[in-house]
Design a protein around this ligand. Sequence first.
Ligand SMILES: CC(=O)N[C@H]1[C@@H](OP(=O)(O)OP(=O)(O)OC[C@H]2O[C@@H](n3ccc(=O)[nH]c3=O)[C@H](O)[C@@H]2O)O[C@H](CO)[C@@H](O)[C@@H]1O
Ligand SMILES: C=C(OP(=O)(O)O)C(=O)O
Length: 417
Amino acid sequence: MDKLVIQGGIPLSGEIRISGAKNAALPILCAALLTEEPLHIGNVPHLRDVTTMLELLNQMGAEVSVNDRMGVEIVARKLHNLAAPYELVKTMRASILVLGPMLARCGQARVSLPGGCAIGSRPVDLHIKGLQAMGAEIEIEHGYILARAERLKGARIFMDTVTVTGTENLMMAATLAEGTTVLENAAREPEVVDLANCLIAMGAKIENAGSDVITVHGVDRLHGADYRVMPDRIEAGTFLVAVAATGGKVLLKDVRPDILDAVLEKLREAGARIECGADTISLEMDGPLKSVNVRTAPYPAFPTDMQAQFMALNAVADGAATVTETIFENRFMHVQELQRLGANIETEGNTAVVRGVSTLSGAIVMATDLRASASLVVAGLIAQGETSVERIYHIDRGYECIEEKLSQLGARIKRVH
Ligand SMILES: CC(=O)N[C@H]1[C@@H](OP(=O)(O)OP(=O)(O)OC[C@H]2O[C@@H](n3ccc(=O)[nH]c3=O)[C@H](O)[C@@H]2O)O[C@H](CO)[C@@H](O)[C@@H]1O
Ligand SMILES: C=C(OP(=O)(O)O)C(=O)O
């Protein structure tokens, strides 16, 4: 099993390009199921989750081709297998995003329930209730969601929790429904907006994506389109944290500063000097690293997908800080591993108190989920001596060429097979 071996304690410095966003690319790939015409998607990141999604779409009957610059063409002319099996869904929860499009276009779908995962129980009840409100008949049988609807009907749907993939699934389903759908308490994440823009390019009629009330006027058919995936704000945030925590300097290119406000604000509070261009962010550490309190919440507040990385930063910052996780009930698995590197962290319920120490010391640690792995890599870059991050298949789900990009910034990091 691959691991990353890091010789830490070196300030990172240089320039890197940010990849396309995993969490925008995955729903956009599923949008291809809504039309029989080709969907061309650019800036698709080279990630394990993307490969898994392409495999799933291919199994369903879509023709998939990838060019050498990670442009993807999907033609879902005819779908012969309207099912997403457990074997694929268990490795990637975002597979649930085939449910809405398949049901809307083909009138039926069979998708494995994702089940719990390392960060929490992550139910999909709001996806199911929303589709039922649109007239779908849904049964759960042998761990699978069986959904049927001759044609979905527009409905007013209130989601009592803000759900990103739930909003995306229902928005995709509503594009081909009869009549108008209103999604209330919708997720405002930029990835929802990116998906909406792709759907609009395919002929969908969607209003106010990016607000908490999205209106979708159903159309009879969608057509093909050419669409470029937005930059990954979590990848960008992770590199910025790594550079700040090691006391370095970086220029990020192909990035969207306008959607990173909450993260940039916390980095400034931590002592970083940050300047933003139209598609660049530069960061330089200006004096000592200060600890920052963090509380996760839906966009535009501080993202849960950046919580673990800030925990690593706080581990070596001046002072004490609290990190509160309000989205997932079990997203502190990195704490124990950070403690192995010498971090002083106490948890109570959904809050961790991190007291900064002068330095961390390298050790063998184990990645338990995607962003926990990222926080261990950040901690390894800070720590004196050698850190070995094991089980990095988690990190390959969401970070394109992480060791190459970090090496470009002067990190001493290598993948060991
Ligand atoms: C592929 C993708 O885009 N993944 C992101 C997406 O995950 P994902 O879309 O799975 O996360 P949700 O936004 O759905 O989850 C938010 C909260 O709602 C709850 N919930 C969700 C659905 C539902 O039917 N019922 C329910 O109770 C969840 O348990 C969680 O407590 O948003 C998360 C929150 O920003 C991010 O951490 C993930 O990186
Ligand atoms: C939790 C994440 O992804 P997923 O929803 O695909 O598990 C993430 O990107 O941090």
